[in-house]
Design a protein around this ligand. Structure first.
Ligand code: CTP
Length: 399
């Protein structure tokens, strides 16, 4: 994705923490990828890394002062704030977070943040105790709510000898975040409906039939589609996950409800069935709790649930693309391709479940199968796989 950064205008803000040395690496790799990187340093940052180093790495003089007549004679701070397509502050210290949260503008960096229409990304880095402080966490919550994009921090050994959360995200991860924030939004204006999570089929008011789906894959898809510019409707069975920002979530419980919500959202550009729909439901859920002595719980009559994705694929308001998932414990690709054909899908993502794989995990391994064959999307975090899935969709069957 390096081409994405060619001639893109990035302000790299550096505040005073030991992780500032990693910012030098980041400045170098952003510049190498073609970005115009304007480094802005606070006075404290200069105690950790010199402006000359950053100037040599980016080819641009570092800006560090709000009232520097020489710099203002070239590009004033308001023009600089408008020039930026993205501001990334890495590292962002606890003090920096506090100052941004309270809207201060008493140095160049905070003023630029106030004056820019560009998105502002923050990579916090600090001692783990400072990170855990209620004041820091409150500031973070305020900044997140105001639309600042936060990366990290990571957990691990710290320069001060402590172990815990507070290490700045690695430069490569921050570079990827900048690239994806500046990438062309390939799904701009498209509407995508995604089902996620399990369904629960009531036996009585306290019992249900369900499965181990956590919803993480479907939620990751919703976030990835949103970041590519799509309007996302997430039809979700019961999960513990928070609703992703800027995604419309419709909560459902049973397969019947999921089907109704899915039909109500037709047509759309794409429908992705990621939910683990319960295949059967009790014929008639009891209104009162079933009692062992009085009811024969070993004889609950079941009836097959409708196939949601097959219904959508056959609908006369069929979305342009209907994409399913197949969770298999054996012969995954063969079963996946069978479902692709039987359900009338454009593509199916096949994964192997069981033995701790897929359900509930943060990582997954997927194959994309369509009429032209199967490709291995590899093993990665569900978020990364979700991005790969959309890149594959855009490449193989553009919307
Ligand atoms: N699916 C659906 N409605 C159902 C069952 C499944 O929409 N009642 C969708 C899933 O969301 C997924 C695909 O169909 O996109 C395959 O789901 P899966 O559970 O792997 O397969 P099943 O069709 O249920 O087949 P089996 O249980 O026999 O493997």
């Amino acid at each position: 994705m390096a081409y994405v950064l060619s001639q893109r205008r990035v302000i790299l803000g550096i505040t005073g923490g030991i992780a500032a040395y990693k910012a030098a690496e980041l400045a170098r790799s952003l510049s190498k990828a073609g970005a115009q990187v304007q480094v802005v340093m606070t006075d404290a940052a200069k105690a950790f890394v010199t402006p000359l180093t950053l100037q040599a790495l980016t080819g641009m003089p570092v800006r560090d002062s709000l009232l520097d007549p020489e710099a203002e004679a070239g590009m004033g701070h308001i023009e600089l704030a408008r020039w930026a397509e993205l501001i990334l502050i890495a590292p962002a210290t606890a003090d920096c977070l506090a100052r941004l949260a309270s809207g201060r503008g008493d140095d160049l960096l905070t003023t630029l943040v106030l004056a820019t229409p560009a998105p502002v990304h923050l990579a916090p880095a600090m001692n783990q105790q400072m990170w855990a402080q209620a004041s820091t966490q409150d500031n973070l919550a305020t900044l997140t709510e105001r639309g600042f994009v936060i990366h990290g921090p990571e957990s691990g050994d710290q320069a001060c000898g402590d172990v815990g959360f507070g290490r700045m995200s690695e430069p490569e991860a921050l570079q990827r975040a900048v690239e994806s924030a500046l990438a062309p939004r390939a799904l701009e204006g498209k509407s995508i409906t995604i089902t996620a999570g399990p369904t629960q089929e009531a036996i009585d008011p306290v019992r249900y039939l369900s499965n181990h789906s956590s919803g993480k894959m479907g939620y990751a898809l919703a976030e990835a589609a949103r970041d590519l510019g799509a309007r996302v409707t997430l039809i979700s069975g019961p999960t513990a996950l928070p609703c992703p920002e800027r995604v419309q979530r419709i909560k459902v419980v049973s397969a019947q409800e999921m089907l109704e919500a899915s039909l109500a959202h037709l047509p759309s550009d794409a429908f992705i069935g990621c939910a683990a729909v319960a295949d059967y439901r009790p014929v008639s859920p009891a209104e009162q709790k079933l009692k062992k002595g009085q009811n024969d719980l070993s004889q609950i009559k079941l009836i097959q649930n409708p196939d949601i994705i097959a219904t959508i694929a056959q609908s006369d308001r069929r979305p342009k693309r209907v994409i399913g998932f197949a969770a298999e414990t054996q012969d995954a690709l063969a079963y996946g391709q069978k479902k692709l054909a039987e359900k009338g899908l454009d593509a199916i993502l096949v994964n192997t479940v069981g033995d701790g794989q897929a359900f509930g995990a943060d990582h997954n391994a997927l194959h994309w199968c369509d009429a032209a064959g199967c490709v291995d999307l590899g093993r990665a975090s569900k978020r990364v796989l979700a991005e790969t899935l959309f890149q594959t969709l855009i490449k193989r069957t553009p919307l």
